[in-house]
Design a protein around this ligand. Structure first.
Ligand code: ATP
Ligand code: MN
Length: 477
């Protein structure tokens, strides 16, 4: 007898066949209908139980959350709501779930409640759908790069370079707390630590990826990154996954073309392969929005929003043009922005990015040529000596989803910059070597994976799109 996944049974519909299926009970109605789900799809399989045929003791164990093996004949369904069902002839209870204490009951639970039950929340429709979309997106990302001549590069997770400047870092040390050895100056003597120097969890694999791009041509990283920033927002995690392509011989225009094509391609993949989950998530969002005031509801439903990205060109705008638009915008004049925009040079906040995307252009925007002093040291200086070849991709509802740049390939310009910013160039000798030996124009960008999952699933909080979110005051599980 063949054992089927629910997804296979619903797709293949082998009517009349004696089949086996394993899963967890979603609901058990009228002592007769078991809705079984095994995680393979958002849809449940209905199992019809003739209660006269089974022991009372067994039936009692069929509660929400119990794990079952059901065997029986697949038949066309008598009832509405499903096309096929199993006429159960045998039921084996792998494990029951005490209804008094099993927290995931068939009713609506708040996302906050489920966050505290993160080890069980994947058994809900919402989280199983989100996690299947997450998995599909990860696959689409690898597929895109592998099909386009990129090599997957594993950047180190423990890093000895603290010059990236992307955010606060988590220290990696084997010193016993409170017993760190001190040097002659009374400072902690890291030469005695495990690595013989200060080390941290990486905030970005970019610098190492650059070294590989300058040998393999086109590479990408896809791994965990860490930031000890104390930002309790719906868009920041302390541990998140980042995708960082890095390409030799790409200028900023080529970089923007790649970012746009890449984003469209992975969203298209999800539209094609996660239809059922997206439909469920869309319905979920519509329900959620009903409780919001009219002006806070989004204008597009989820699937329409994803299609919109795939089908439209991203608007490319310089930072300088954006500042003009923002300075003259209604919310700025009416002092509605928390951070008012007065002068050229201001750093853009999420409220400004979202205004540009959602209100002004009404499409994804790529901002480029930012002021040098609000961007990282490695970005290529323009001839105006004021701006750098940086680009951020801005998305509706999210703000910045991608940050990237053409990298400074000129040794003297980079050295000058490092000096101005008082960065310890002894840490960066290997990075500078790239500019000494066979330097070339090159570019890359970073995509925060969870922000993309948020966008694709419509989930409002980044903590709900990663299995076990890490954020200030939380590392449970
Ligand atoms: P933000 O201004 O939103 O904090 P950033 O400028 O610090 O972002 P980068 O250093 O450019 O971001 O990182 C590249 C990408 O990684 C960002 O575009 C974003 O998608 C994602 N990202 C950055 N910080 C976080 C975080 N704490 N949690 C999740 N994703 C993040
Ligand atoms: Mn940040």
């Amino acid at each position: 007898m063949r054992s089927y996944a629910v997804k296979e049974l619903l797709a293949e519909q082998p009517i009349g066949e004696h089949v086996e299926v394993n899963g967890w009970v979603k609901t058990f109605r009228s002592n007769r209908f078991v809705a079984l789900n095994d995680g393979s799809t958002i849809h449940n399989l209905q199992c019809v139980v003739d209660f006269e045929q089974f022991d009372e003791a067994l039936l009692k164990q069929i509660t929400t959350g119990a794990a079952l093996k059901v065997t029986g004949t697949l038949v066309e369904s008598q009832g509405r709501g499903q096309s096929v069902e199993i006429q159960a002839s045998d039921i084996f209870v792998h494990g029951s779930a005490d209804p008094e204490s099993y927290p995931i009951q068939p009713k609506k639970h708040s996302l906050e409640f489920l966050r505290e039950k993160a080890h069980l929340r994947v058994r809900t429709n919402t989280f199983s759908a989100v996690m299947r979309v997450r998995s599909a997106l990860a696959f689409a990302i690898h597929q895109y790069f592998q099909q386009n001549g990129f090599y997957y590069m594993h950047a180190p997770i423990i890093t000895g370079s603290d010059a990236e400047g992307a955010g606060e870092m988590f220290r990696v040390s084997t010193f016993e707390p409170g017993k760190e050895p001190l040097n002659d100056q009374g400072e902690v003597d890291y030469t005695q630590d495990f690595f013989g120097k200060e080390t941290n969890l990486t905030v970005s694999g970019q610098l190492e990826a650059e070294t590989y791009a300058m040998g393999l041509g086109k590479v990408y990283t896809f791994g965990p990154t860490f930031r000890a920033e104390n930002s309790n927002t719906s868009r920041h995690l302390a541990e998140f996954w980042m995708i960082e392509p890095e390409m030799a011989f790409y200028d900023l225009d080529a970089n923007m073309d790649l970012a746009e094509d890449f984003i469209k391609s992975i969203l298209k993949y999800v539209l094609e392969h996660c239809q059922d989950d997206l439909e469920f998530l869309e319905k979920r969002l519509l329900d959620e929005e009903k409780s919001k005031p009219q002006n806070e509801r989004s204008e597009m439903a989820l699937i329409e929003k994803l299609r919109f990205i795939v089908d439209n060109n991203f608007k490319r705008v310089t930072y300088t043009e954006a500042i003009d638009i923002l300075r003259n915008s209604k919310p700025n004049k009416k002092k509605k922005f928390q951070f008012p925009i007065d002068d050229w040079g201001a750093d853009l906040q999420s409220e400004h990015e979202r205004y540009l995307v959602e209100k002004h252009f009404k499409c994804p925007v790529i901002l480029f040529d930012y002021p040098a002093n609000i961007k990282a040291f490695y970005m290529r200086l323009n001839d105006d000596e004021k701006t750098v070849r940086a680009m951020d991709v801005l998305f509706p509802g999210i703000g910045e989803i991608v940050g990237g740049s053409q990298r400074e390939e000129r040794l003297e310009v980079l050295q000058q910059k490092i000096k101005e910013l008082n960065i310890d160039d002894k840490e960066l000798w290997w990075y500078l070597d790239l500019r000494r030996f066979g330097t070339a124009v090159h570019s890359g960008f970073g995509l925060g994976f969870e922000r993309m999952v948020q966008f694709a699933t419509g989930m409002g909080n980044i903590r709900d799109v990663i299995p076990y979110p890490r954020f200030p005051q939380n590392a449970e599980f």
